[in-house]
Write a new protein. Structure first.
Length: 246
């Protein structure tokens, strides 16, 4: 009974089992989170007569939200547009926000989010004689974060805000976090004042688009311990055959 299993085979099995246990106990996860928000506030309207009669404000909005989940993962995609016209200086006129997050965990998972939220204000001057100077402020907040634990996981998230006036880009902002190239997080806060003039019977459209795109993946490859275990089992089988033949 002392010659049951050769020492070399026994060692391979013990080492392989230990490596598998260590691999099972390690943390493997990836996550991302992103916020892209922008607010527009009309701060002043001036004209020769001092009246705002003749101006008409209309709100425009468009939302697209997609999320995908595969394996051990979860994701969230959310976007909203709030249009609440007010008198100059009295508060918010347009808010466009996008939010996305995802989490992927071992042994295998994938989570992705795509959010595109677009909102606008169309200002029409219905007067055939009056011109208006319109002042407004745009506040932008971008915040992204990723976390990757282990060597076989990845995550990235992009956050962007684009501001257009009559189809032309006024401002464009983008930040990102990436598990392969970095950084792990980024943050941007921006506020700027603008103005435009509407002549008689003219109109203008201010559009804001906020978007988030994120992905987290966790793929655990075949552990290096498995070939060692298979080698040990093969050795054990060969040893058993030799004993039977003897």
């Amino acid at each position: 009974m002392t010659n049951m299993i050769p020492p070399t085979v026994r060692m391979r099995m013990l080492v392989g089992a230990a490596l598998l246990l260590l691999g099972a106990g390690s943390a493997n996860a990836a996550l991302y989170s992103g916020i892209a928000g922008s607010d527009l506030t009309i701060t002043g309207i001036t004209s020769e007569s001092g009246s705002t009669d003749g101006l008409i404000f209309k709100g425009l909005s468009f939302n697209e939200e997609e999320q995908g989940i595969h394996g051990n993962a979860n994701a969230l995609a959310d976007g909203f547009v709030l249009f609440a016209p007010s008198l100059p200086g009295n508060g918010l006129d347009l808010s466009v926000n996008a939010f996305g997050e995802g989490f992927s965990d071992a042994p295998e998972g994938e989570a992705n989010s795509l959010v595109i939220a677009s909102g606008g204000i169309k200002i029409e001057n219905t007067s055939d004689s009056e011109s208006f100077d319109i002042d407004y402020t745009i506040d932008v907040l971008l915040d992204v974060l990723i976390e990757v634990i282990g060597e076989n996981e990845d995550a990235f998230v992009d956050a962007t805000v684009d501001v257009l006036v009559d189809g032309d880009v006024l401002e464009s902002f983008a930040i990102f976090a990436d598990g392969l190239t970095g950084p792990e997080f980024d943050f941007l806060e921006f506020s700027e004042d603008y103005s435009l003039t509407l002549g008689p019977l003219e109109h203008a459209e201010i559009e804001i688009t906020s978007s988030i795109a994120g992905l987290a993946t966790t793929v655990i490859p075949v552990p290096a311990a498995l070939p060692l275990m298979f080698s040990a089992l093969a050795g054990l089988a060969a040893f058993s055959r030799r004993r039977v033949a003897g």
